[in-house]
Design a protein. Sequence first.
Length: 348
Amino acid sequence: MDTDIDPSRPRQILAISIFFLVLTWIAVPLRVYSKIALKQEFVLDDKLLCLVQAIYTTYLTMSILGVVHGQGRDATEISPEHRRIAFQYFFFAELLYITTTILLKVCVGILLLRIAIISTHIWILRIILFLTILFGMGYLFLVVFQCRPVSKFWDESPRSPGHCFNISIVLGTTFTAAILNCIADCTFGLLPLLIVWSLHMRRKTKALVIILLGFASIASIATIIRAITIPSILSEENFLRDTTNLAIWSAIEPGIGISAACAPALCPIARQLCGNRQRQRRERGIWRTRPLPTINITIPLSNNSSGPMECQEETTSMYKPGQPHENSTNERQTPQLWPRTRHLLTRT
């Protein structure tokens, strides 16, 4: 299979892997902080997401090491030893990708089961979870033993005749897995709309929760694009070069899913930050004042006056509860909440 691959694609694999490594390691710890410190809870889906993050991190590490040893480059540019190592990283990265997607969907499914109250929604989620786990484990088993012995995958080629599965079996099972992934992602993206709408919440809150939970549907777009690149696994002569697009979208799909799963838990952190800012403004806003200067103005009087009149502007300080109000005259003191100016007209 001869595919025109941009020579910069290995760097793209590296950049995307590093980007999602940083993004998910920001999102997941923030979710853990929100659940433990703010909500005082750490349930099953939170623990599963931490496990998913650990596996996904290992997967991205394998992908980066694969690029170092030749992933994305032409076969003529790679030595036999580096080619063998790159195949090993590709093989184990594929297993980690499958494990990550299975556990991620289980995590999101458990989260939705916790808030679902209608039996129809609950049974849809249960069926999707059951099919995801059942087919996912079967597909994982098939990928592990696609070559006999397993070492033939990296010693010779993933398409080694007589030792690895037929092309039709590989292509059929891979497309089936991609279709099930897409169905699960779309279900987990659209079902929150129905689940949240049946809950007793304000409409504004419902809309916000639906948007946050609906982020999971974005992963279905990456799943569809990845499915388009699946035929590249049929390559025999230039497998590492031709599967570059597949490697890129295999890194993007779980990264988007993990980030989307963390989004709803970030709302308490946002509320905490907004509350702290408002409290700081209230604490320092009302008592901040600066004394105004005293201004002396001489105003000429009319002809009936014997002389000019001096206008003296006297500024009084802000009144604070518990403190006597200072004034230069013996007039009755009245509480004042804002600085005000008193004009005293005296005849000179």
